[in-house]
Design a protein around this ligand. Structure first.
Ligand SMILES: [Zn+2]
Length: 352
């Protein structure tokens, strides 16, 4: 199976650099809708919640209706206060480790001026008490400095309470096989779906493929729920970017997944117990490709598959993830080969 490696890398860079925090995913949705125009789907549209949905009809009216879901939002934050000196207070959208916030470069989406850069600061260490220096302040005790001197100056830049932002990190190729960037959770799986469709583009396949590029996963699988309702799948895969904890200081039993070992397959997590028939179907696809894969250690996190599996009278669902170090932070690191293998596996899953 030949997947265009250069196109996968280029798409990963483009998707990573877009901004799409929960409830504000328009930039990503528009990008994906344009991409879908060239991928031979029969129908593509944006639903009232902002999900990008698509249908590629199968040749067999009795074939399966397979849903592929990837969320398009990323962790970020919302402005909760602007003081009269122009300092901005934020609340997080989705789970961000607050230890990573201090000193981070961030960007806001302005109403009028595109992107506004800023730096997350806190009171200088020499004026804080020793016990305070030992612990990380809460996110709402930090502030973002965008170089403005007053409340009015911030407002003139097109920012207000409710404006949103995320980390500022340019996606970078570190070497032939390694990428660093923000929002790999879950733009990586958006990339996987685009290239799966590219691969299936000119092949008549019996199953109908349903796509949900879903909004608001990081705040609780909201887009997945309504998307599954509209598309009415018979089985589903949530495609994800998951924790690779193959770093110093982590004992083997705590390594959730590792880089370079191929797609990570979930047996169970907080939101879902994967039915045996779905696991068997994934393993059969991998076997037919002679492709290496790994289990994701059960119980960590939840995904859109949880919301999809309880749609209507129930949808047998699984999860396949691309491993990534440092997810939910200002930058993650992953391997192109793991993305390529995941595309192969998902494309085969759709065809058997
Ligand atoms: Zn995710």
């Amino acid at each position: 199976m030949k997947i265009d490696r250069k196109s996968v890398i280029q798409t990963q860079i483009e998707l990573s650099n877009l901004i799409g925090v929960p409830g504000h995913e328009d930039e990503v949705a528009e990008y994906l809708l344009v991409k879908l125009e060239h991928l031979n789907v029969d129908k593509a549209w944006i639903d009232p919640l902002g999900n990008v949905l698509a249908i590629k009809e199968g040749t067999d009216p009795n074939g399966l209706r397979i849903l592929l879901d990837a969320h398009i939002d990323e962790v970020g934050f919302m402005i909760s206060h602007i003081d009269d000196k122009g300092f901005i207070t934020i609340e997080t959208l989705g789970g961000i480790d607050k230890r990573l916030m201090l000193g981070a470069l961030v960007q806001f989406q302005s109403e009028t001026e595109g992107r506004i850069l800023g730096l997350v600061g806190a009171s200088p260490p020499h004026i804080t008490k020793p016990e305070e220096r030992e612990k990380t302040p809460d996110t709402n005790q930090m502030f973002v400095d965008i170089g403005c001197k007053s409340y009015d100056e911030v407002r003139e830049k097109g920012l207000d309470i409710g404006s949103v932002g995320t980390f500022y990190t340019e996606c970078t190729q570190l070497n032939d096989d390694t990428l660093l960037g923000k929002a790999f959770d879950d733009r990586t799986a958006c990339n996987v779906i685009l290239h799966t469709l590219e691969h299936l583009k000119d092949k008549p396949i019996k199953n109908t493929i349903l796509i949900n590029f879903a909004v608001q996963e990081e705040v609780g699988g909201r887009g997945a729920k309504v998307g599954a309702y509209s598309l009415d799948p018979s089985i589903a895969l949530a495609l994800e970017n998951t924790i690779a904890s193959d770093v110093p200081g982590v004992p083997p039993q705590k390594i959730v997944t590792k880089l370079g070992a191929g797609p990570a397959i979930t047996a169970a997590d907080r939101s879902l117990i994967v039915p045996k028939k779905i696991l068997d179907r994934i393993k059969k696809a991998a076997e037919e490709l002679n492709l290496s894969w790994q289990y994701k250690k059960p119980t960590y996190g939840g995904t859109d598959a949880g919301a999809i599996s309880t749609n209507k009278s129930g949808v047998p669902s699984g999860v396949i993830s691309v491993p990534c170090r440092y997810i939910h932070s200002n930058a993650g690191i992953l391997l192109v080969d793991d993305i390529l293998k995941t595309i192969e596996l998902v494309a085969k899953f759709c065809q058997i």
